[in-house]
Design a protein around this ligand. Structure first.
Ligand code: BGP
Length: 465
Protein backbone atom coordinates (compact mmCIF):
# COMPACT_ATOMS: atom_id res chain seq x y z
CA UNK A 1 0.00 0.00 0.00
CA UNK A 2 1.20 3.51 -0.83
CA UNK A 3 1.27 6.02 2.01
CA UNK A 4 0.71 9.61 0.91
CA UNK A 5 2.52 12.25 2.97
CA UNK A 6 0.67 15.44 3.92
CA UNK A 7 0.50 18.00 1.12
CA UNK A 8 2.69 20.60 2.83
CA UNK A 9 5.23 18.14 4.19
CA UNK A 10 8.64 19.84 4.37
CA UNK A 11 10.88 17.53 2.33
CA UNK A 12 14.36 18.93 2.11
CA UNK A 13 17.92 18.56 3.26
CA UNK A 14 20.28 19.98 5.81
CA UNK A 15 23.77 21.52 6.17
CA UNK A 16 25.69 23.68 8.63
CA UNK A 17 27.78 26.74 7.88
CA UNK A 18 31.24 25.66 9.04
CA UNK A 19 30.95 22.23 7.40
CA UNK A 20 29.64 23.52 4.08
CA UNK A 21 30.47 27.15 3.32
CA UNK A 22 34.29 27.30 3.45
CA UNK A 23 35.54 30.88 2.77
CA UNK A 24 36.50 30.90 6.43
CA UNK A 25 38.03 34.38 6.34
CA UNK A 26 36.41 35.87 3.24
CA UNK A 27 34.54 39.20 3.11
CA UNK A 28 35.19 40.09 6.73
CA UNK A 29 34.23 36.81 8.39
CA UNK A 30 35.85 36.42 11.83
CA UNK A 31 37.21 33.15 13.24
CA UNK A 32 34.97 30.75 15.14
CA UNK A 33 36.05 27.94 17.46
CA UNK A 34 35.86 25.62 14.45
CA UNK A 35 38.53 27.73 12.71
CA UNK A 36 40.80 27.96 15.74
CA UNK A 37 40.24 24.35 16.77
CA UNK A 38 43.48 22.37 17.22
CA UNK A 39 42.17 18.89 17.92
CA UNK A 40 41.28 17.61 14.43
CA UNK A 41 41.21 13.83 14.34
CA UNK A 42 44.30 12.37 12.65
CA UNK A 43 44.31 12.52 8.83
CA UNK A 44 41.22 14.72 8.52
CA UNK A 45 40.94 18.12 6.93
CA UNK A 46 40.01 21.42 8.58
CA UNK A 47 36.95 23.51 7.61
CA UNK A 48 38.69 26.34 5.75
CA UNK A 49 37.39 25.43 2.29
CA UNK A 50 34.80 22.74 3.09
CA UNK A 51 32.48 22.42 0.04
CA UNK A 52 33.05 26.06 -0.91
CA UNK A 53 29.31 26.64 -0.87
CA UNK A 54 30.10 30.34 -0.30
CA UNK A 55 31.12 30.54 -3.95
CA UNK A 56 28.71 27.89 -5.29
CA UNK A 57 25.46 28.79 -3.56
CA UNK A 58 23.49 29.46 -6.72
CA UNK A 59 24.37 26.14 -8.29
CA UNK A 60 23.79 24.34 -4.97
CA UNK A 61 20.31 25.77 -4.57
CA UNK A 62 19.50 24.95 -8.19
CA UNK A 63 20.39 21.32 -7.42
CA UNK A 64 18.15 21.36 -4.35
CA UNK A 65 15.34 22.79 -6.46
CA UNK A 66 15.91 20.09 -9.06
CA UNK A 67 15.43 17.45 -6.37
CA UNK A 68 12.16 19.16 -5.49
CA UNK A 69 13.12 20.43 -2.03
CA UNK A 70 10.26 22.12 -0.17
CA UNK A 71 12.62 23.26 2.59
CA UNK A 72 16.32 23.71 3.25
CA UNK A 73 17.74 23.69 6.74
CA UNK A 74 21.07 25.53 7.05
CA UNK A 75 22.89 27.51 9.72
CA UNK A 76 24.12 31.08 9.73
CA UNK A 77 27.73 31.63 10.75
CA UNK A 78 27.64 34.04 13.70
CA UNK A 79 31.12 35.31 12.73
CA UNK A 80 30.00 36.22 9.20
CA UNK A 81 27.40 38.54 10.69
CA UNK A 82 29.43 39.73 13.69
CA UNK A 83 33.13 38.90 13.17
CA UNK A 84 33.87 39.21 16.89
CA UNK A 85 30.51 37.91 18.06
CA UNK A 86 29.41 41.43 19.08
CA UNK A 87 29.87 45.01 17.88
CA UNK A 88 29.59 46.14 14.32
CA UNK A 89 27.56 44.17 11.78
CA UNK A 90 29.45 42.89 8.72
CA UNK A 91 27.23 43.97 5.81
CA UNK A 92 28.91 41.47 3.47
CA UNK A 93 27.66 38.68 5.73
CA UNK A 94 24.11 40.02 5.66
CA UNK A 95 24.36 40.30 1.89
CA UNK A 96 25.48 36.67 1.49
CA UNK A 97 22.53 35.29 3.46
CA UNK A 98 20.10 37.73 1.84
CA UNK A 99 21.08 36.40 -1.58
CA UNK A 100 20.83 32.82 -0.39
CA UNK A 101 17.39 33.32 1.14
CA UNK A 102 16.10 35.22 -1.90
CA UNK A 103 17.24 32.40 -4.14
CA UNK A 104 15.42 29.84 -1.96
CA UNK A 105 12.26 31.92 -2.00
CA UNK A 106 12.56 32.16 -5.81
CA UNK A 107 12.27 28.34 -5.98
CA UNK A 108 9.57 28.14 -3.27
CA UNK A 109 11.97 26.42 -0.89
CA UNK A 110 11.21 27.31 2.71
CA UNK A 111 14.38 28.36 4.58
CA UNK A 112 14.75 26.74 8.03
CA UNK A 113 17.56 28.59 9.76
CA UNK A 114 19.71 27.32 12.63
CA UNK A 115 21.00 30.30 14.61
CA UNK A 116 23.89 28.42 16.20
CA UNK A 117 25.57 25.23 14.99
CA UNK A 118 28.76 24.51 17.00
CA UNK A 119 30.57 27.70 15.87
CA UNK A 120 31.07 30.08 18.78
CA UNK A 121 32.98 33.23 17.75
CA UNK A 122 36.60 32.74 18.84
CA UNK A 123 36.62 36.19 20.49
CA UNK A 124 33.71 35.20 22.73
CA UNK A 125 35.29 31.84 23.51
CA UNK A 126 38.34 33.80 24.71
CA UNK A 127 36.20 35.59 27.26
CA UNK A 128 34.68 32.39 28.57
CA UNK A 129 32.33 31.26 25.81
CA UNK A 130 29.04 29.84 27.01
CA UNK A 131 30.29 29.81 30.58
CA UNK A 132 30.29 33.62 30.67
CA UNK A 133 26.80 34.96 31.37
CA UNK A 134 27.55 38.06 29.27
CA UNK A 135 27.46 35.87 26.18
CA UNK A 136 23.78 35.10 26.75
CA UNK A 137 23.04 38.68 25.75
CA UNK A 138 25.59 38.57 22.95
CA UNK A 139 23.70 35.57 21.55
CA UNK A 140 20.35 37.31 21.96
CA UNK A 141 21.70 40.39 20.20
CA UNK A 142 23.00 38.25 17.32
CA UNK A 143 19.63 36.47 17.06
CA UNK A 144 17.87 39.86 17.02
CA UNK A 145 20.00 40.98 14.07
CA UNK A 146 18.99 37.81 12.20
CA UNK A 147 15.28 38.26 12.92
CA UNK A 148 15.40 41.93 11.86
CA UNK A 149 17.26 41.24 8.62
CA UNK A 150 15.79 37.93 7.50
CA UNK A 151 12.52 37.55 9.44
CA UNK A 152 10.45 38.89 6.55
CA UNK A 153 11.30 35.73 4.58
CA UNK A 154 12.46 33.20 7.20
CA UNK A 155 9.52 31.97 9.28
CA UNK A 156 11.06 28.81 10.78
CA UNK A 157 13.98 29.19 13.17
CA UNK A 158 16.07 26.76 15.19
CA UNK A 159 17.91 28.03 18.25
CA UNK A 160 20.91 25.81 19.07
CA UNK A 161 21.90 22.66 17.21
CA UNK A 162 22.35 19.60 19.43
CA UNK A 163 22.68 21.46 22.70
CA UNK A 164 22.52 18.09 24.46
CA UNK A 165 25.47 16.72 22.49
CA UNK A 166 27.49 19.85 23.25
CA UNK A 167 26.80 19.37 26.94
CA UNK A 168 27.34 15.62 27.09
CA UNK A 169 30.23 15.26 24.62
CA UNK A 170 31.32 18.90 24.46
CA UNK A 171 35.00 18.18 23.91
CA UNK A 172 34.34 16.90 20.41
CA UNK A 173 32.30 19.86 19.22
CA UNK A 174 34.52 22.73 20.24
CA UNK A 175 33.65 23.42 23.88
CA UNK A 176 36.69 24.20 26.05
CA UNK A 177 36.64 23.52 29.76
CA UNK A 178 38.53 25.83 32.15
CA UNK A 179 41.19 24.27 34.36
CA UNK A 180 40.44 23.78 38.02
CA UNK A 181 36.66 23.67 37.74
CA UNK A 182 34.59 20.53 38.00
CA UNK A 183 33.88 19.53 34.40
CA UNK A 184 30.38 18.21 34.99
CA UNK A 185 29.37 21.32 36.91
CA UNK A 186 30.84 23.47 34.13
CA UNK A 187 28.83 21.58 31.54
CA UNK A 188 25.56 22.08 33.37
CA UNK A 189 26.33 25.74 33.99
CA UNK A 190 26.92 26.16 30.27
CA UNK A 191 23.66 24.33 29.62
CA UNK A 192 21.79 26.73 31.88
CA UNK A 193 23.22 29.71 29.98
CA UNK A 194 22.21 28.12 26.69
CA UNK A 195 18.69 27.61 28.04
CA UNK A 196 18.51 31.30 28.90
CA UNK A 197 19.99 32.31 25.55
CA UNK A 198 17.41 30.14 23.81
CA UNK A 199 14.55 31.60 25.85
CA UNK A 200 15.66 35.13 24.96
CA UNK A 201 15.89 34.21 21.27
CA UNK A 202 12.39 32.70 21.42
CA UNK A 203 11.03 35.90 22.96
CA UNK A 204 12.67 38.06 20.30
CA UNK A 205 11.52 35.84 17.46
CA UNK A 206 7.93 35.99 18.66
CA UNK A 207 8.19 39.77 18.98
CA UNK A 208 9.99 40.59 15.73
CA UNK A 209 9.10 37.90 13.18
CA UNK A 210 5.52 38.07 11.97
CA UNK A 211 4.09 34.50 12.05
CA UNK A 212 7.56 33.29 13.06
CA UNK A 213 8.01 29.89 14.68
CA UNK A 214 11.02 28.75 16.61
CA UNK A 215 12.20 25.58 18.30
CA UNK A 216 15.23 23.75 19.71
CA UNK A 217 17.15 21.14 17.66
CA UNK A 218 18.58 18.51 19.99
CA UNK A 219 19.74 15.01 19.05
CA UNK A 220 17.04 12.67 20.34
CA UNK A 221 16.97 8.88 20.49
CA UNK A 222 15.02 6.08 22.07
CA UNK A 223 16.98 4.08 24.63
CA UNK A 224 16.49 0.32 24.99
CA UNK A 225 17.35 -1.65 28.10
CA UNK A 226 20.05 -4.23 27.34
CA UNK A 227 18.03 -7.00 29.02
CA UNK A 228 14.69 -7.50 30.71
CA UNK A 229 16.32 -7.09 34.12
CA UNK A 230 14.43 -4.35 35.95
CA UNK A 231 17.73 -2.68 36.79
CA UNK A 232 18.54 -2.31 33.07
CA UNK A 233 15.13 -0.71 32.51
CA UNK A 234 16.12 1.79 35.20
CA UNK A 235 19.43 2.42 33.41
CA UNK A 236 17.59 3.02 30.12
CA UNK A 237 15.22 5.42 31.85
CA UNK A 238 18.18 7.26 33.39
CA UNK A 239 19.84 7.61 30.03
CA UNK A 240 16.65 8.88 28.39
CA UNK A 241 16.48 11.62 30.99
CA UNK A 242 20.17 12.60 30.93
CA UNK A 243 20.33 12.46 27.14
CA UNK A 244 16.89 13.65 25.99
CA UNK A 245 14.27 14.81 28.43
CA UNK A 246 16.42 16.99 30.68
CA UNK A 247 16.90 19.37 27.77
CA UNK A 248 13.40 19.36 26.32
CA UNK A 249 11.58 19.35 29.69
CA UNK A 250 13.32 22.59 30.58
CA UNK A 251 12.19 24.61 27.60
CA UNK A 252 8.78 22.98 27.18
CA UNK A 253 7.66 22.35 30.76
CA UNK A 254 9.75 25.17 32.26
CA UNK A 255 11.43 22.97 34.88
CA UNK A 256 14.66 21.07 35.26
CA UNK A 257 14.20 17.30 35.52
CA UNK A 258 14.56 16.17 39.15
CA UNK A 259 16.75 13.16 38.49
CA UNK A 260 19.57 15.29 37.08
CA UNK A 261 19.19 18.00 39.71
CA UNK A 262 19.34 15.46 42.56
CA UNK A 263 22.39 13.84 40.97
CA UNK A 264 24.18 17.21 40.79
CA UNK A 265 23.22 18.17 44.33
CA UNK A 266 24.26 14.81 45.79
CA UNK A 267 27.65 15.20 44.12
CA UNK A 268 27.90 18.86 45.27
CA UNK A 269 28.23 20.10 41.71
CA UNK A 270 24.92 21.92 41.28
CA UNK A 271 25.07 24.82 38.83
CA UNK A 272 24.01 28.37 39.67
CA UNK A 273 20.51 29.62 38.87
CA UNK A 274 20.00 33.35 39.47
CA UNK A 275 16.76 35.01 40.52
CA UNK A 276 14.48 35.45 37.53
CA UNK A 277 16.22 32.82 35.35
CA UNK A 278 13.46 30.22 35.60
CA UNK A 279 10.81 32.87 34.91
CA UNK A 280 12.62 33.79 31.68
CA UNK A 281 12.74 30.15 30.62
CA UNK A 282 9.13 29.43 31.59
CA UNK A 283 7.77 32.49 29.80
CA UNK A 284 9.24 31.62 26.39
CA UNK A 285 8.24 28.27 25.00
CA UNK A 286 9.07 26.77 21.61
CA UNK A 287 6.46 26.30 18.87
CA UNK A 288 7.74 22.94 17.61
CA UNK A 289 10.51 20.44 18.29
CA UNK A 290 13.16 19.94 15.64
CA UNK A 291 15.46 17.01 16.26
CA UNK A 292 18.32 15.04 14.74
CA UNK A 293 18.13 11.26 14.65
CA UNK A 294 20.89 8.88 13.65
CA UNK A 295 20.30 5.80 15.82
CA UNK A 296 18.97 4.57 19.13
CA UNK A 297 21.06 3.69 22.18
CA UNK A 298 21.06 0.62 24.41
CA UNK A 299 21.88 0.88 28.09
CA UNK A 300 22.60 -1.30 31.06
CA UNK A 301 23.26 -0.49 34.68
CA UNK A 302 27.03 -0.24 35.15
CA UNK A 303 28.41 -2.98 37.40
CA UNK A 304 29.45 -1.67 40.79
CA UNK A 305 33.07 -2.71 40.30
CA UNK A 306 33.28 -1.27 36.74
CA UNK A 307 36.61 0.49 36.25
CA UNK A 308 35.15 3.59 34.65
CA UNK A 309 38.47 5.25 33.85
CA UNK A 310 39.60 2.15 31.99
CA UNK A 311 36.75 2.38 29.48
CA UNK A 312 37.66 3.57 25.95
CA UNK A 313 37.05 7.34 25.49
CA UNK A 314 33.81 7.05 23.54
CA UNK A 315 32.23 4.59 25.95
CA UNK A 316 33.24 6.64 28.97
CA UNK A 317 31.68 9.74 27.45
CA UNK A 318 28.52 7.84 26.64
CA UNK A 319 28.08 6.44 30.15
CA UNK A 320 27.56 7.78 33.65
CA UNK A 321 28.72 6.08 36.80
CA UNK A 322 25.79 4.73 38.82
CA UNK A 323 23.29 5.78 36.16
CA UNK A 324 23.78 4.02 32.84
CA UNK A 325 26.38 2.44 30.61
CA UNK A 326 25.83 2.55 26.87
CA UNK A 327 26.49 -0.75 25.16
CA UNK A 328 26.20 -1.84 21.54
CA UNK A 329 23.03 -3.50 20.28
CA UNK A 330 23.70 -6.86 18.65
CA UNK A 331 20.36 -6.72 16.81
CA UNK A 332 21.38 -3.73 14.72
CA UNK A 333 23.56 -3.46 11.66
CA UNK A 334 26.25 -0.81 11.48
CA UNK A 335 27.35 1.77 8.90
CA UNK A 336 30.84 1.66 7.36
CA UNK A 337 31.79 4.06 10.15
CA UNK A 338 30.43 1.87 12.93
CA UNK A 339 27.21 3.80 13.68
CA UNK A 340 24.21 1.62 14.44
CA UNK A 341 21.28 1.65 11.98
CA UNK A 342 17.78 1.49 13.47
CA UNK A 343 14.85 2.59 11.26
CA UNK A 344 12.21 1.25 13.67
CA UNK A 345 13.99 3.24 16.35
CA UNK A 346 13.00 6.38 14.43
CA UNK A 347 9.32 5.44 14.78
CA UNK A 348 9.88 4.72 18.47
CA UNK A 349 11.60 8.06 18.94
CA UNK A 350 8.86 9.98 17.11
CA UNK A 351 6.21 8.24 19.20
CA UNK A 352 7.96 8.93 22.50
CA UNK A 353 8.59 12.58 21.64
CA UNK A 354 5.02 13.19 20.57
CA UNK A 355 3.51 11.36 23.54
CA UNK A 356 5.58 13.39 25.95
CA UNK A 357 5.34 16.89 24.48
CA UNK A 358 2.50 16.96 21.98
CA UNK A 359 4.21 19.55 19.76
CA UNK A 360 4.73 19.38 15.98
CA UNK A 361 7.94 17.49 15.14
CA UNK A 362 10.46 18.32 12.43
CA UNK A 363 13.37 16.03 11.55
CA UNK A 364 16.39 18.24 10.90
CA UNK A 365 19.02 15.50 10.51
CA UNK A 366 19.08 11.81 9.64
CA UNK A 367 21.40 10.08 7.23
CA UNK A 368 24.22 7.68 6.59
CA UNK A 369 27.91 8.54 6.26
CA UNK A 370 29.92 6.31 3.95
CA UNK A 371 32.87 6.12 1.56
CA UNK A 372 31.47 7.20 -1.82
CA UNK A 373 33.49 6.78 -4.98
CA UNK A 374 33.14 8.85 -8.12
CA UNK A 375 33.40 6.52 -11.11
CA UNK A 376 32.95 8.02 -14.58
CA UNK A 377 31.21 11.04 -13.09
CA UNK A 378 28.67 8.98 -11.12
CA UNK A 379 28.29 7.64 -7.57
CA UNK A 380 26.27 4.49 -6.97
CA UNK A 381 25.12 4.97 -3.37
CA UNK A 382 22.42 2.30 -3.33
CA UNK A 383 23.17 1.72 0.38
CA UNK A 384 22.03 5.30 1.10
CA UNK A 385 18.77 4.81 -0.84
CA UNK A 386 18.06 1.66 1.19
CA UNK A 387 18.80 3.50 4.43
CA UNK A 388 16.41 6.34 3.56
CA UNK A 389 13.70 4.01 2.25
CA UNK A 390 13.64 2.17 5.57
CA UNK A 391 13.64 5.35 7.67
CA UNK A 392 11.01 7.13 5.59
CA UNK A 393 8.74 4.09 5.80
CA UNK A 394 8.96 4.28 9.59
CA UNK A 395 8.12 8.00 9.43
CA UNK A 396 5.02 7.12 7.43
CA UNK A 397 4.03 4.54 10.04
CA UNK A 398 4.55 7.06 12.84
CA UNK A 399 2.28 9.55 11.05
CA UNK A 400 -0.29 6.76 10.72
CA UNK A 401 0.11 6.25 14.48
CA UNK A 402 -1.02 9.84 14.93
CA UNK A 403 2.29 11.68 15.26
CA UNK A 404 2.30 15.24 13.91
CA UNK A 405 5.50 15.11 11.85
CA UNK A 406 5.84 18.16 9.62
CA UNK A 407 9.04 17.59 7.69
CA UNK A 408 12.19 15.66 6.88
CA UNK A 409 15.50 17.43 6.25
CA UNK A 410 18.15 14.73 6.11
CA UNK A 411 21.89 15.12 6.54
CA UNK A 412 23.16 16.22 4.22
CA UNK A 413 21.75 17.97 1.18
CA UNK A 414 25.14 17.98 -0.54
CA UNK A 415 28.49 16.47 0.56
CA UNK A 416 30.27 18.43 3.27
CA UNK A 417 32.99 17.90 5.86
CA UNK A 418 31.99 15.54 8.66
CA UNK A 419 32.41 16.93 12.16
CA UNK A 420 34.45 13.97 13.32
CA UNK A 421 35.71 12.16 10.26
CA UNK A 422 36.61 14.61 7.51
CA UNK A 423 35.66 14.58 3.85
CA UNK A 424 35.99 10.84 3.37
CA UNK A 425 32.76 10.32 5.34
CA UNK A 426 30.15 11.55 2.90
CA UNK A 427 26.46 12.12 3.51
CA UNK A 428 25.07 14.05 0.54
CA UNK A 429 22.75 13.42 -2.40
CA UNK A 430 25.35 15.32 -4.42
CA UNK A 431 29.05 14.45 -4.59
CA UNK A 432 31.55 17.28 -4.19
CA UNK A 433 34.77 16.56 -6.02
CA UNK A 434 37.52 17.06 -3.46
CA UNK A 435 39.64 14.84 -1.27
CA UNK A 436 40.75 15.17 2.31
CA UNK A 437 43.67 17.50 1.53
CA UNK A 438 43.39 18.02 -2.23
CA UNK A 439 40.65 20.55 -3.05
CA UNK A 440 40.54 19.47 -6.74
CA UNK A 441 37.82 21.35 -8.69
CA UNK A 442 34.98 21.03 -6.10
CA UNK A 443 32.61 20.18 -8.92
CA UNK A 444 29.14 18.85 -8.06
CA UNK A 445 27.90 15.42 -9.29
CA UNK A 446 24.38 14.18 -8.46
CA UNK A 447 24.57 10.67 -6.97
CA UNK A 448 22.14 7.82 -7.59
CA UNK A 449 20.29 8.84 -4.39
CA UNK A 450 19.70 12.30 -5.90
CA UNK A 451 17.45 10.84 -8.60
CA UNK A 452 15.75 8.48 -6.16
CA UNK A 453 14.99 11.35 -3.75
CA UNK A 454 13.71 13.53 -6.59
CA UNK A 455 11.25 10.81 -7.60
CA UNK A 456 10.10 10.28 -4.02
CA UNK A 457 9.45 14.01 -3.61
CA UNK A 458 7.48 14.12 -6.84
CA UNK A 459 5.32 11.22 -5.73
CA UNK A 460 5.13 12.39 -2.11
CA UNK A 461 4.37 8.82 -1.15
CA UNK A 462 6.11 5.60 -0.15
CA UNK A 463 5.23 1.91 -0.19
CA UNK A 464 4.30 0.51 3.22
CA UNK A 465 3.19 -3.05 3.51
C1 BGP B 1 25.38 15.89 14.05
C2 BGP B 1 25.77 17.32 13.75
C3 BGP B 1 26.16 17.57 12.33
C4 BGP B 1 26.88 16.43 11.65
C5 BGP B 1 26.28 15.06 11.99
C6 BGP B 1 27.07 13.86 11.51
O1 BGP B 1 25.71 15.61 15.37
O2 BGP B 1 24.71 18.19 14.07
O3 BGP B 1 26.89 18.77 12.33
O4 BGP B 1 28.24 16.50 11.76
O5 BGP B 1 26.09 14.91 13.35
O6 BGP B 1 28.17 13.63 12.33
P1 BGP B 1 29.60 13.36 11.73
O7 BGP B 1 29.89 14.49 10.84
O8 BGP B 1 30.55 13.33 12.88
O9 BGP B 1 29.52 12.05 11.02
Amino acid sequence: MQFKFPKNFLWGGSTSAYQFEGAFDTDGKGPSVQDTRKNYPKDTTDFKVASDHYHNWKEDIALMAEMGFKSYRFSIAWTRILPNGFGEVNQKGIEFYNNLIDELVKYNIEPIVTIFHFDMPAKLEENGGWLNRENIDNFANYAKILFENFGDRVKKWLTINEQNIMIIYGEIVGINFPEGKNKVQTKYQINHHMMLAQAKAIALCHKIVKNGQIGPAPNILSVYPNSNKPIDQLAAMNMRIFKNWFFLDTCIFGRYNNLVIEYLKTNKIMFEILKGDMETITANKPDFIAFNYYATATAQMPLEDLDFDALPDQQRMKSMLGMFQQVSNENLQKTQFGWEIDPVGLRNTLRELYDRYNLPLLITENGIGGYDELINGFVDDTYRIEYYQQHIKQMALAIKDGVNLIGFNPWSAIDLVSTHEGVKKRYGFVYVNRDEFDYKDLKRYPKKSFYWYKELLEKNSIEID
